[in-house]
Design a protein around this ligand. Structure first.
Ligand code: APR
Length: 311
């Protein structure tokens, strides 16, 4: 059986980091695609030259030609522009829309059977465009956001409690923006409720820091946005699909009635396995949680409406 083929569209900070992780995990062969000439080829060769050192077999090639993604099992899209300090993810709407319009048709043409994971921002909108342009079924198009937002929340809980990140579970729903909905009620430390360890004030501060977590990194880096954690999150999703793991992970999934949402991508817990998004898990929400969730959905809908006006 051939090794899985993973195409990474966008060979920038996240793309390059993902290629490295894939090789280290020996998940499959990598094709790095970018519009910049030489850069994807250089990164791919550098990674391939590292494989004898860490002892994993993984072909890694870089290209500017979409034809090279032919037969890819998974395509992960980070093509786009990251934000700079002072920008929101929404400020990327116009420019990344145009990039998605050039990327998606090529995926449709050269990798019509692939599972597509989108990371480009504003995430919920870009993944919507990807599905619309490719026409792929909803199980094969998914956005990466919830795992990252949740990992940020887990890190902040670990920092505050001094306990292991491994034991900390959290969940964040909604759109991938400042209106995301961290759910402390569903978060715990190996089954023990967060309130056992942290005061309400501390939990509220963690929620606020989680919502602004992406901006915090942008403010520190100044020249771009987070890439190590987003890359890890996307590869966790790819691995769940490639190994049919049936993982329960928060992802941006296309909803058709679940959570009262129809025809939009929103962050919700899903079962991710060999058939992509195999199931959406509906959580019971309190009135307050529901209100926050609905607000986040309205924000995503507003941006999708704006999309129509951007030529
Ligand atoms: N086709 C292929 N690659 C493209 C295209 C295109 N049409 N347009 C831009 N790119 C490439 C750029 O040349 C660049 O190498 O996408 C890459 C993006 O890499 P970075 O600028 O390093 O950005 P990164 O940090 O990887 O983030 C990418 O993910 O988290 C989001 O907001 C972030 O939208 C941004 C995306």
């Amino acid at each position: 059986m051939a090794r899985p083929k993973i195409a990474l569209i966008g060979a920038g900070h996240i793309g390059g980091t993902m290629a490295h992780i894939i090789a280290r995990k020996e998940l499959g062969d990598v094709v790095l695609v970018d519009i910049v000439e030489g850069m994807p080829q250089g990164k791919a060769l550098d990674i391939y030259e590292a494989t004898p050192i860490f002892g994993k077999d993984c072909k890694s090639i870089g290209t500017n030609d979409y034809k090279d993604i032919e037969g890819a099992n998974i395509v992960i899209v980070t093509a786009g522009v990251p934000r700079k300090p002072g920008m929101s993810r929404d400020d990327l709407l116009g420019i990344n829309k145009k990039i998605m319009e050039s990327v998606a048709p090529n995926i449709k043409k050269y990798a019509p059977d692939a599972f597509v994971i989108v990371l480009s921002n504003p995430l919920d909108i870009m993944v919507h465009l990807m599905k619309k342009i490719t026409g792929f079924p909803k199980n094969r198009v998914v956005g990466m956001a919830g795992i990252l937002d949740t990992a940020r929340m887990r890190s902040f809980i670990a920092m505050e409690t001094g306990l292991s990140v491994e034991d900390i579970h959290a969940i964040v729903l909604g759109g991938h923006g400042d209106s995301m909905v961290p759910l402390p009620r569903y978060s715990n430390i190996n089954g023990i409720p967060l309130t056992h360890f942290l005061s309400k004030e501390k939990i509220d501060a963690i929620i606020e820091r989680t919502r602004k977590g992406g901006g915090e990194i942008v403010g520190l880096l100044k020249t771009g946005s987070a890439f190590y954690a987003p890359a890890e999150a996307a590869i966790q999703m790819a691995e769940a699909i490639l190994k049919d793991k049936k993982r329960v992970l928060p992802c941006a999934a296309y909803l058709e009635g679940e959570y009262g949402v129809n025809g939009f991508f929103i962050g919700v817990p899903v079962v991710l396995g060999g058939n992509g998004v195999e199931k959406v898990i509906e959580l019971d929400l309190t009135d307050d949680e529901r209100e926050m969730f609905n607000k986040s959905v309205e924000h995503v809908k507003k941006l999708i409406a704006e999309l129509e006006n951007i030529k």
